[in-house]
Design a protein around this ligand. Structure first.
Ligand SMILES: *[C@@H]1O[C@H](CO)[C@@H](O)[C@H](O)[C@H]1NC(C)=O
Ligand SMILES: *[C@@H]1O[C@H](CO)[C@@H](O)[C@H](O)[C@H]1NC(C)=O
Ligand SMILES: *[C@@H]1O[C@H](CO)[C@@H](O)[C@H](O)[C@H]1NC(C)=O
Length: 937
């Protein structure tokens, strides 16, 4: 599971989509296979028919042509010219054939009539996780066998050893493993092309001998993501007999080794070496220069270190594509880089390069992709840097300290498709040279210090855009009424600018829009124009009016909606009520069912608690604070919203009791009901929020949904935040720290009765505010159970009795307010309470005495200052506790940064291929999330 890494998934996905697209657009190709034909041999025809019948389910278009006498005319079948024997079966699936089918074992004997078969392609079918049929080993004449991406499972059958004539074997993209590799692999002595990517070899005890016996004829070897350990993975590198190897792919095996001592044996034919996503350390060896034919070298995502100039000196001259992203390289780019005239791709992103970029880089006439993003480069980028870069299509200079200085009339020699200049200084004027870049699909110009009007030509120029990031500038101007014409747009980040106008009608396929912190005004459009939107951030604008019910349809895919700090009024649409009765019932359940985070903080919404949320099963974050909501809190919040982790209803006019059912919310970690008109008592069973009883939410898997979504938000610079009043201040929680806030705030209501003793179970709680209510009784002794408490406010109630000495054991407590109650007796001065010397936290309690108050205690007043016997125990536990928290915090930060290198990840995908870009980008976030979940396990 852990090895299901992002690059694996992305690669497989990419491959799938590319191939599928390829097949959609080239139906002619499959017809080709039937052109060469003789007349069909009857026994072979029968075998094919049995094969067809053996396939369960609907065979779809391809096999429906399998009718009539002459099987050589059937689609996917090719016969030999002379004898009419079936020699080739190309059953690679078409898009409409993605149907599960399996082959039962009884078809095995009949199919053997196809003894002349030398080509079999079953790739991209769905064999339902079944084993590769053993009879596959009986096609002794097979030269070409492609079983890739066909959902085969289980052990690779050793019967494959009979295929001694095989030249091309592709088992990639399945869920296969091989425990007895040596039983079959070494016998395939004619192999030229072997792809075992994704075949799990971790259980293959014999893979060392097996891999060392690979035939010398081998030209292409893919062992991508095979769970090879260090010894295994390095083996093919040292193996001296693979002298014909042209392509070697050992990507994503996590082997940790310094491969670079005495490496690569005699592989002087090597043209492509793929070692991405491993754990390689150190500098590449000088012998690398001997690989004269090497064109493609991919060492990204390793721990290669040392000076970049030194590394480049060790490269063979013919190198065309050099991928060194996400390593530990330092030093500056050498001036003689201009000599590397073959370079077409140079990826040095995510390293620690320093110095400036030599302008001679502009002489690399073959350069089409340059990535220097996320380094520590400084200085100017001038027109000179691009003099001869006529082929440049991808340019990443983001996240350095670079200043781009080009003339206002500069016409660049290139036509870029992807460019990221975020955090370069481009401003103050909007760069005019963009106007010539009409092919642009990816444009990043966040934090580019542009303070200018968005030029009118801009939207036309970016008509092919998929990813647009203009955030964090001071770009002004009025948005057009519609952006529908940006029909390929998927991501748009425009937050933190000075854009005006109404929210435009959006591109149909838009998936992520962040336009918060601008001056968008007027009502929301009746038709958003999009059905794919998952993330919508409109906070901190001037949007007014009500939320139109026509948006119900468009809410179906929405996961995150942030409308906080606007002027929206009225009530939320009740998408599923009688007003919409024309919609089918099953469909109704879907409205809002994907919503995970909803933020309406600080608007003017007024109604009862919106019924709309009843269908939001996934809802994890709900902030309705600072609105005009009224009425009771419905009990269904506790049952219909089982994933709720953050519920903020502060400063509304909710009344009635706090429903006991709220305690059913196992994930609830922030409950803010402050400043409403709530009455009644705090029921003992209410204060039993499971998530708040845990010291850190990360000790359990409780918050996975919210954690996933928030981790992705972090990925996207979003403004989403949680405000908690604690320690007397309003603190903002975002991204990494939001999960560390556990808060219960019931202040400013009309709650009566006592504080339940049970409250002591909330060991994870950091903020407890019950101030400004009408609570009576004693402060519960079990308050010492609130081990994580940092801020406690019980002021302005009617509490009486003594301050329990147990309070002084709360070692994290840094803010306390007990003022304006009717407490009495000596204030305990030991332990944590010693640190509080502000008398205002006790004022308004006329019968309290001792420091820090000015009142002396009379002799017979009990002191209660004796701490419980287990004082030492407490100290120890809090010591360990703080260690634990420190660890959790550190872990999350490191883990967080690794996970959230947004631009880098996306740009990587966009690098790959044009046709697949769009679909690909689209999948990225989904998979990222899945991935995050997997990693957490
Ligand atoms: C408790 O809540 C009240 C009212 O909401 C607020 O004024 C006070 O600052 C809060 N106390 C703390 C310690 O944050
Ligand atoms: C304060 O508490 C005492 C008991 O400790 C009680 O007799 C008295 O009535 C209380 N005063 C008020 C104003 O509630
Ligand atoms: C405690 O609360 C009282 C009343 O709300 C306030 O006057 C006082 O400043 C608060 N003390 C501190 C330290 O926050």
């Amino acid at each position: 599971m852990a090895k299901l890494t992002s690059s694996t998934i992305h690669r497989v996905l990419l491959l799938c989509f590319c191939l599928l697209l390829f097949h959609i657009f080239s139906p002619a190709l499959s017809l080709e296979t039937t052109k060469l034909r003789g007349s069909c041999v009857a026994s072979e025809r029968d075998a094919l028919l049995i094969f067809k019948e053996g396939i369960n389910g609907l065979p779809g278009r391809l096999l429906s042509s399998w009718e009539g006498q002459d099987c050589c005319r059937w689609r996917g079948v090719m016969c030999s010219n002379k004898m009419g024997h079936v020699v080739k079966l190309d059953l690679r699936v078409k898009l409409d054939l993605f149907l599960p089918f399996s082959m039962s074992s009884d078809i095995s004997s009949s199919i053997l009539a196809l003894e002349h078969l030398n080509y079999l392609d079953l790739s991209f079918n769905d064999f339902g996780g079944w084993q590769i049929p053993k009879f596959m080993g009986s096609f002794r004449n097979l030269k070409y066998l492609d079983l890739s991406n066909a959902n085969f499972g289980d052990n690779v059958p050793p019967q494959l050893c009979n295929l001694t004539k095989l030249r091309h074997l592709d088992l990639s993209g399945n869920s296969l493993h091989s425990v007895d590799l040596v039983a079959w692999l070494p016998r395939l002595s004619s192999l030229k092309h072997l792809d075992m990517s994704n075949v799990n070899l971790s259980a293959a005890v014999d893979s060392v001998p097996a891999l060392s016996m690979l035939p010398a004829s081998l030209r292409v070897l893919h062992l991508f993501d095979c769970n090879l350990n260090a010894t295994l993975a390095s083996l093919p590198l040292y193996s001296s007999n693979l002298t014909a190897l042209v392509t070697l792919d050992l990507e994503d095996n996590y082997f940790h080794v310094s491969i670079f001592d005495g490496l690569l044996g005699n592989m002087t034919s090597l043209e492509e070496l793929q070692l991405r996503s491993n754990d390689l350390v150190g500098m590449i060896p000088e012998t690398m220069k001997n690989l004269h034919k090497l064109k493609v070298l991919d060492l990204s995502e390793n721990q290669i270190s040392g000076d970049i100039a030194e590394l480049m000196e060790r490269l063979p001259h013919k190198i065309q594509s050099l991928y060194l992203g996400a390593n530990n390289l330092n030093g500056s780019l050498p001036n003689w880089i201009e000599n590397m005239t073959s370079l077409s791709t140079l990826d040095l992103g995510y390293n620690s390069l320093t110095g400036s970029i030599p302008s001679r880089i502009g002489k690399l006439t073959n350069l089409s992709s340059l990535n220097l993003g996320s380094n520590q480069l400084v200085g100017m980028i001038l027109e000179d840097h691009f003099t001869s870069l006529t082929r440049l299509e991808e340019l990443y200079l983001n996240n350095n300290s670079l200043t781009m200085l080009v003339g206002p009339n500069w016409i660049p020699p290139f036509r870029l498709k992807q460019v990221d200049l975020s955090y370069c200084k481009l401003g103050p004027h909007f760069p005019t040279w963009i106007q010539s870049q009409t092919n642009i699909t990816f444009l990043g110009m966040s934090s580019a210090r542009i303070s200018d009007r968005l030029p009118n030509w801009f939207w036309n120029v970016i008509s092919q855009i998929q990813y647009l990031d203009l955030s964090l500038n001071q770009i002004s101007g009025v948005l057009p009424m519609t952006l529908e014409f940006l029909s390929t747009a998927v991501y748009m980040f425009m937050h933190s600018n000075q854009l005006k106008g109404r929210l435009p009608k959006l591109p149909m396929g838009l998936w992520y829009l962040d336009i918060s912190k601008n001056y968008i005004s007027g009502p929301l459009p009746l038709n958003l124009g999009t059905v794919e939107l998952n993330y919508l951030f409109l906070s901190n604008n001037l949007i007014s009016g009500t939320i139109p019910s026509s948006l119900c349809n468009q809410l179906q895919s929405l996961e995150v909606l942030d409308l906080s700090n606007n002027h929206i009024s009225g009530q939320l649409p009740q998408c599923w009520t009688s007003g919409n009765s024309f919609r089918a019932k099953s469909e109704l359940r879907d409205v809002g069912s994907n919503l995970i985070m909803v933020n309406f903080y600080n608007n003017s919404l007024s109604s009862k608690f919106p019924l709309f949320f009843r269908s939001c099963q996934q809802l994890s974050f709900l902030d309705l604070s600072y609105n005009n909501f009224t009425g009771n809190l419905p009990a269904w919040i506790g049952t219909r919203l089982p994933n709720l982790a953050f519920l903020l209803l502060k400063s509304n006019m909710f009344s009635g009791h706090i429903p006991i059912k709220l305690s059913k919310l196992d994930h609830l970690q922030v409950l803010d009901l402050a400043h409403n008109n709530l009455s009644g008592t705090i029921d003992p069973s209410l204060v039993n929020f499971k998530a708040m009883t845990l010291i850190s939410p990360y000790t359990s898997d409780l918050n996975t949904i919210a954690a996933d979504i928030i981790s992705n938000l972090d990925d996207y610079n979003d403004p989403f935040s949680l405000f908690v009043i604690t320690k007397g201040q309003t603190l903002q929680y975002q991204k990494d720290n939001i999960f560390f806030m556990l808060s219960l705030d019931l202040s400013g209501n009309r709650l009566t009765g006592e504080i339940p003793e049970m409250i002591g179970v909330l060991a994870g709680l950091k903020n407890l505010n019950l101030s400004a209510n009408r609570l009576t009784g004693n402060i519960p002794k079990m308050i010492d159970g609130l081990q994580s408490l940092e801020s406690l406010d019980l002021s302005n109630n009617e509490l009486y009795g003594e301050i329990p000495s147990t309070l002084s054991t709360l070692t994290f407590l840094s803010h306390l307010n007990l003022s304006y109650n009717n407490l009495s007796g000596r204030i305990p001065v030991d332990g944590q309470l010693e640190t509080f010397d502000d008398p205002t936290i006790y004022i308004g309690n006329n019968n309290l005495c001792g420091p820090p108050t000015s009142k002396n205690c009379s002799g017979n007043q009990t002191t209660m200052s004796d701490l419980p016997e287990h004082e030492d125990g407490y100290d120890m536990s809090s010591f360990y506790l703080s260690m634990g928290l420190g660890f959790a915090m550190g872990f999350w930060m490191v883990f967080g940064t690794l996970l959230f290198k947004r631009t880098w990840r996306i740009t990587y995908f966009l690098f790959v291929d044009d046709i697949c870009d769009r679909i690909y980008v689209f999948m990225v976030l989904k998979w990222t999330r899945l991935n995050a979940r997997i990693k957490k396990k």
